[in-house]
Design a protein around this ligand. Structure first.
Ligand code: BGC
Length: 785
């Protein structure tokens, strides 16, 4: 028998797998995790086809990362797993193919073990000194040196110096290159690091961007290096030579209180491809990735139907091994008055696995309207998306650099207004922004909105001040339910009646007292294996307590519960697959684990744009490009929600730095906000209809995200048509009644019902505002099986 909310209400141990097996952390999911890992890894370099390693190859492994394998980043993006396969163990399983020199392995194994015992966190170990003698012995045994480099970062802090190799790492690379004439580099990282040393050093033949690829990451990398599978990942970010080459670098750490998004829409490849002089700074461009085979491509056809353009491209595997290719379409809009990026990704498709000699025709469709620019200053028409007059040209290829221009041109005689919107998220402190020629324009200054955001908690609203710090880490109180007689329960309308169609959710909400409504608007105590709290919890009204869990690395359950789950590749690696179906499958599998553990809301995907390599949570996010992010994360949402589990798209919005994340003001132009930072959310809302969005901690142009009416009602609901629930991020510093008025329905990890009722008494919020938010929360609960 399957009753409504059975899992949430009774926490059964019912497995979801075939033959009564549990799927959580099971073989099938781990195999899928490995498949995704292999498809997300990117072959950066492969001189003289050193890779794949030939059968019988003798290899020596170097670098502490051979053992200190980083499966993913820290914080909510971490998961409890049964095991993690490091690179050495990956090769051990392939002893039929390669022989590993054991002495360097012994050296690094012992060294890493010792560093862990000394209290150094995994991923934060230091590169030990390597003796010349060990190198010599390694060279006597092996022909090929394989160097591993790893990086770790996490929630709540940003990276600082680790963009570059440490001097100990440099020394190790020098030694290995000195002894070996065949060197392979494996990068076990969650974000961009310097790669000039790989590209420019002829002594390094090959390199694999192996990312932080989950619990089977080491095995996935070893298999790819040995030719069990063929790399088909393409970079989701631009790898520039130096950190300073990124336009966001010069002020990233300027202040803990704010971040100025002065580079405007020129983020990632949009900067490097557009701004004079920036092109030469790129090591590995966006969309780039090699294969062990080669592909030819032929433009078959270009069709225009109204605003839709479809490019048909035939891809032929011209090499000897089976492989997959990604075809990318970039558009160039006329520079016009507003200024444009030289190239913007508008469509992409990946082939199936093509055998040698096999071909496939891909159809890449996009709308010309996607190329419209937002005119925030009214140079043509204020607050409108505009297609400027002129020629629109298109490029088809397999990276932002490797492509050919189509003969087809889309021409507009006159400017065309695509959508008239209104000013929202108007900047209050951003003084200037970059233009397409690299110069800067002054921005008109609005009044400083800081009054409205930061100081409100301290009394402006007539409530007693609360120190934000005192909110941090509090658990929800729950609610005392009066005792009832089991066989003589009072007759009230319940949420189950709503689920059964006996009354509407609005009618039901109207029967609740103010106290009960206030209770519904905040987080509830954990049940079962949950550790991020729940929603609902009114048994007297048959409202279940539905639990939440992190994401994105997998279902995050605390180690003490004794439940291991599957650790998936980090989101950036998933983005590099450029494979929607695969990401759907990961979402579906992850959601099954969520459901099997009686949890209903998964706090994933996280889709903030990679603005700067140093953001500590980049590994949880997809890409520097809004379209790639949007498409891949939409597939993830669809996969998750196919299991009737709520996906939670986070962190809405402009949470692109972790330092002082609850009080840092992201100062951005309306145009950059809309075209870059909100775009992926917009795509996901319109295409995948997520049930839940998580507002971010930070401030946007002087107003907290969770208290931001422009963002949550104006843009998200009115413009995009979002009809789901918005939750705060956990222990947000916003004032709850202001959050509700702004369209943020739920406060996590806990709400403040008494304070909310006090605000109501003072006339700061009305019952109907609270009821509206409660209805959205109840609607989410109703969607759960
Ligand atoms: C993170 C969210 C996460 C939440 C619950 C917050 O600190 O920013 O991404 O979902 O905690 O763990």
């Amino acid at each position: 028998m399957n009753t409504k909310w059975q899992r949430a209400l009774y926490q059964p141990g019912s497995p979801l797998g075939k033959d009564g097996q549990r799927v959580t952390g099971g073989k099938e999911h781990i195999a899928l995790s490995k498949e995704a890992a292999k498809e997300g890894m990117v072959l950066l370099k492969n001189e003289n086809n050193l890779l794949p390693l030939r059968k019988g190859a003798k290899i020596a492994l170097f670098g502490k990362a051979t053992f200190d394998y980083v499966k993913g980043g820290g914080g909510s993006g971490d998961v409890t797993v049964a095991y993690i396969t490091n690179l050495y163990e990956g090769f051990q399983k392939l002893q039929d193919t390669v022989s590993v020199f054991e002495e360097t392995a012994d050296f690094y194994r012992e060294n890493v073990k010792k560093q862990y015992e000394d209290g150094i966190e995994p991923g934060m170990t230091v590169e030990p000194e390597l003796s010349e003698e060990l190198c010599r012995r390694a060279r006597n045994f092996a022909d090929i040196g394989i160097i591993s480099i790893c990086r770790f970062s996490g929630e709540g802090w940003d990276r600082k110096e680790d963009f570059c190799l440490s001097s100990a790492e440099k020394m190790m690379v020098e030694q290995v290159c000195g002894f070996f004439d065949k060197v392979v580099v494996v990068l076990n990282v969650g974000g961009v690091i310097e790669t000039g040393w790989i590209k420019e050093d002829d002594r390094i033949s090959s390199a694999l961007m192996a990312w932080q690829c989950g619990m089977e990451g080491g095995s996935a990398a070893a298999e790819l290096l040995c030719g069990i599978g063929n790399p088909s990942g393409k970079l989701a970010d631009t790898f520039a030579k130096n950190l300073e080459d990124y336009p966001s670098a010069y002020n990233f750490h300027e202040s803990d209180d704010y971040v100025d998004y002065t580079e405007d829409i020129y983020v990632g490849y949009r900067y490097f491809e557009t701004i004079p002089g920036a092109g030469g700074k790129v090591c590995y461009p966006f969309g780039y990735g090699l294969s062990y085979t080669t592909f030819g491509r032929k433009i078959f056809d270009v069709k225009q139907e109204g605003e839709k353009i479809t490019v048909a491209v035939e891809v032929l595997n011209t090499g000897t091994l089976a492989g997959k290719e990604v075809i990318q379409v970039y558009a160039q809009a006329p520079q016009g008055i507003l200024g444009k990026a030289e190239k913007s990704l508008v469509a992409f498709e990946k082939t199936r696995l093509l055998q040698s000699g096999e071909r496939q025709v891909l159809f890449l469709t996009f709308s010309i309207q996607d190329l419209a620019s937002y005119d925030d200053l009214g140079k043509i028409q204020k607050s409108a998306y505009i297609l400027e007059a002129g020629d629109y040209v298109f490029y088809v290829g397999n990276s932002v650099r490797e492509n050919e221009r189509l003969d087809f041109i889309y021409h507009l005689d006159e400017n065309q207004v695509v959508e008239q919107l209104k000013p929202r998220l108007v900047p209050t402190a951003l003084k200037h922004r970059m233009l397409a020629d690299g110069s800067f324009e002054e921005l008109p200054q609005g009044d400083d909105g800081l009054e409205n955001s930061r100081q409100s908690e301290a009394g402006l609203c007539g409530l007693a001040p609360v120190l934000p710090e005192s909110l941090d880490g509090l658990t929800p109180e729950g609610r005392l339910v009066p005792s009832v007689c089991l066989w003589n329960q009072p007759k009230v309308s319940t949420l189950l009646d709503v689920a059964e169609g006996k009354l509407s959710v609005e009618e039901f909400a109207a029967t609740l007292t103010d106290e009960e409504v206030a209770h519904l608007l905040g987080g509830q105590p954990n049940t079962g294996v949950a550790n991020t709290f729940g929603i609902g919890n009114m048994p007297d009204y048959k409202i279940p307590s539905i639990m939440t869990a992190d994401g994105p690395a997998g279902l995050r359950i605390a180690p003490e519960c004794g439940v291991n789950t599957t650790a998936w590749p980090c989101a950036t690696a998933l983005a590099c697959t450029w494979n929607r179906e695969l990401i759907f499958a990961v979402g579906e599998a992850g959601a099954k684990e969520v459901k099997e553990n009686n949890i209903s809301v998964w706090l994933t995907p996280a889709v903030n744009i990679h603005r700067n390599p140093l953001c500590g949570r980049n590994f949880e996010y997809y890409s520097e490009d809004p379209l790639l992010t949007g498409v891949m994360a939409a597939a993830m949402v669809e996969g998750i929600q196919s299991q009737h589990i709520a996906a939670t798209v986070k962190h809405f919005a402009l949470n692109n730095k972790e330092t002082n994340r609850k009080n840092s003001d992201s100062r951005v132009s309306e145009r950059a906000a809309r075209e870059i930072y909100l775009k992926a959310f917009e795509y996901i809302v319109k295409h995948a209809k997520p049930w839940c969005i998580m507002s971010s901690y930070n401030i946007i142009n002087g107003h907290r995200s969770s208290e931001n009416h422009d963002l949550l009602e104006g843009i998200l609901r009115d413009e995009w048509g979002f009809d789901g629930m918005v939750t705060t991020d956990w222990w947000s510093f916003g004032e709850q009644y202001r959050e509700i008025l702004a369209g943020n329905d739920l406060k996590m990890a806990l709400g403040f019902p008494k304070r909310l009722l006090e605000a109501k008494e003072k006339g700061l919020i009305e019952r109907r505002d609270m009821e509206k938010a409660a209805i959205r929360i109840l609607n989410l609960i109703l969607k759960i099986d």
